[in-house]
Design a protein around this ligand. Structure first.
Ligand SMILES: Cc1cc2nc3c(=O)[nH]c(=O)nc-3n(C[C@H](O)[C@H](O)[C@H](O)COP(=O)(O)OP(=O)(O)OC[C@H]3O[C@@H](n4cnc5c(N)ncnc54)[C@H](O)[C@@H]3O)c2cc1C
Length: 579
């Protein structure tokens, strides 16, 4: 059941306590409570997702953040690689976590991503040949909302059809779709990709987006994994409950300090305990924040904030890695983009009414139909000084997202004009940042420093991405459509120096932070968690969320987080056999 009030809690001891009802946390909650003898409490700081239309209608996803009730409303510290700018750093704060607040792009990463994780962690269980079976448990591929037959737009053998989360192709043929497809035939640099989910199939090339939605409605970990498990008497989810810290509860059999207590705030401060384990699934920001508040982190940093260090691990909150986003906006002819509709209150209201009535129309679909991935050529000058950061020769360095309108999160659409946006995303960043506490107060927002674009490789790849999307827009397929770059700095980006200036002036985040509680080999002193996701040097505590990825997967990561959480659930069950 989902409880809104702490007085409804019948006990303060559970077998497992999961912190964070997000993308990963609700997978684990579902899988552990499959055994009716196991009791699970999930503590979630955010609100319910029920009745939140913006969390349901796919097209409205981008309106959920930033600076709303459903967002943690973080901001990055001034970024030296971005002209000292600060900007919002959204994280979902509602049931489903970021899977309820994200833009619904759904992929699994490349087989090389998973094989690298296996290599780095020393655990063959994380390799792609083992991980791909979890697609069947996780994914339920369903027809697009317009019911069109979609051969050639996806490869059925790569997908699951009986899992928990709905995934579907775009259900509206946008006016630029035929042009995009023609461009893939005209430009050898951007071949057509028949399936964009990754795994056994290359991500390189441009193809159709797969979204975590079915029947015109978002599918999140809440609408799937939680909805399915919520009637189980052994599962309790408490919302509006902010975890303040973990509490030490003695020592384990091997002498390590145990952290099976959890202190949280819900009108008053309450402590609950786990008989078996505490599972930290608070995400790449929340997880290192809670670890540090609990005395697990860099002792010197903690002491400076008057927090008593209990476990020294200088890697907590380090190694933050994220994908960057740069919307390159082109002015286009005519009124076939969505800008006209989105500018008109009457037309947007009609679209909303249509979605409310029968879950069809503009709002039943995602904001994008086509996207793709590409590599920097292997003979590029950058590889003389930088080791190729991709997980393998078939994984991309950057991404192109093609949008049929002004798609510029955070910057308002001009009052007139029609646009096409070609977003460039840096997929293999080499810059690393940190998440540190601002103070010992759990309600103070942490200091988030992704340290974007501070390496030669990162700025090089963004620059090459900008050049490449200009080549894409110059394809014959767009010759009677694209007028030219919009805005002074994009128009001026004709030299490397001017392009760098443009990139540094406008790039922000595409919201994929990982790495702040990194996985490493069992006896390695680097990293925060072991390959079985237990926290190094601690008893009774595991991390299951995006923070454990040492490298950001070569994709939009929610699908990878789902697979990670599925395997984590199997590991937890295996290591805690019940009679
Ligand atoms: C705006 C946005 C757009 C995105 N778009 C995409 C996309 O299109 N495709 C894609 O694949 N990925 C996308 N992502 C990224 C993706 O959603 C995340 O990588 C993924 O969901 C992270 O999962 P997680 O389990 O690590 O964390 P989350 O899903 O964020 O879960 C963490 C949970 O812990 C809770 N929590 C945190 N601290 C506390 C505390 N102290 N006490 C109690 N609860 C706490 C949070 O409220 C949250 O519910 C996007 C993310 C955002 C924010």
């Amino acid at each position: 059941v989902t409880l809104t009030d702490v007085s409804q809690l019948e006990t303060f001891a559970f077998d497992y306590i999961i912190i964070g009802a997000g993308n990963a946390g609700l997978v684990v909650a579902n899988r552990l409570t499959e055994n009716s003898k196991v009791s699970v409490l999930v503590l979630e700081a955010g609100v319910t997702d029920q009745g939140v239309i913006a969390a349901e209608a796919p097209f409205l996803g981008p309106t959920l953040t930033p600076n709303t009730l459903w967002d943690w409303n973080y901001t990055v510290v001034a970024q030296p690689g971005m002209k000292g700018r600060t900007f919002p750093y959204p994280r979902g704060k509602l049931l489903g976590g970021s899977s309820s607040a994200n833009y619904l792009f759904h992929q699994f990463g490349t087989n090389e991503d998973w094989d690298r994780l296996s290599l780095v962690s020393g655990d063959p269980g994380w390799s792609w040949p083992n991980m791909k079976k979890y697609i069947q448990k996780h994914e339920r591929f369903v027809p697009p909302i317009d019911g069109h037959n979609a051969p050639g737009q996806f490869i059925p053998s790569l997908h699951g059809f009986k899992g928990e989360v709905f995934v579907s192709l775009p259900g509206n043929n946008q006016t630029i779709d035929p042009r995009v497809l023609a461009a893939t035939e005209q430009l050898p640099e951007f071949p057509y990709n028949k399936d964009t989910s990754g795994g056994d199939h290359s991500l390189l090339g441009v193809g159709f987006l797969q979204s975590s939605a079915g029947g015109g409605v978002r599918s999140s970990s809440s609408t799937s994994y939680l909805a399915q498990a919520n009637t189980r008497p052994n599962l309790t989810v408490l919302i509006n409950a902010t975890v303040l810290k973990l509490v030490q509860t003695g020592t384990g059999s091997l002498g390590a300090k145990s952290f099976r207590g959890v202190q949280f705030q819900r009108s008053s401060t309450i402590t609950v305990t786990a008989r078996k384990e505490v599972i930290l699934s608070a995400g790449s920001v929340g997880t290192p924040q809670i670890l540090q508040l609990s005395g697990i982190g860099n002792s010197a940093d903690l002491k400076a904030l008057n927090i008593t260090p209990i476990i020294h691990n200088a890697n907590v909150g380090e190694n933050l890695s994220d994908h960057t986003l740069l919307p390159n906006i082109f002015t286009v002819q005519g009124d076939q983009s969505f800008d006209g509709i989105l500018r008109s209150d009457q037309e947007t209201q009609a679209a909303l009414n249509q979605w409310v009535q029968n879950k069809t129309g503009l709002l039943a679909n995602n904001v994008v139909n086509n996207f793709g991935f590409a590599r920097i050529p292997s003979n590029a000058t950058i590889f003389k000084t930088t080791h190729d950061p991709a997980p393998g020769p078939n994984s991309p360095h950057w991404e192109i997202i093609i949008s049929n309108f002004w798609f510029n999160p955070g910057i308002d659409r001009p009052p007139t004009g029609s646009f096409m946006t070609l977003v460039v995303v840096l997929i293999t960043p080499t810059s690393r940042g940190t998440i540190k506490l601002r103070s010992s107060n759990p309600f103070d927002k942490p200091l988030i420093d992704p340290n974007y674009l501070t390496t030669e490789f990162d700025i090089f790849t963004m620059r090459e991405g900008v050049k490449a999307v200009k080549r894409f827009a110059a394809a014959p397929a767009f010759s009677d459509y694209v007028v030219g770059p919009f805005g002074d700095s994009f128009s001026a980006a004709t030299t490397d120096a001017a392009t760098d200036d443009y990139v540094r002036g406008l790039t922000t985040t595409i919201f994929h932070p990982v790495g702040t509680a990194s996985m490493s080999r069992s006896f390695s002193k680097h990293g925060v968690v072991n390959p079985d996701l237990t926290v190094k040097g601690v008893d009774g505590l595991r991390v299951v969320d995006a923070s454990v990825f040492p490298f950001v997967p070569s994709c939009h990561p929610q699908g990878a987080v789902y697979l990670l959480a599925e395997r984590a659930s199997d590991i937890i069950k295996f290591e805690n056999p019940t009679s």
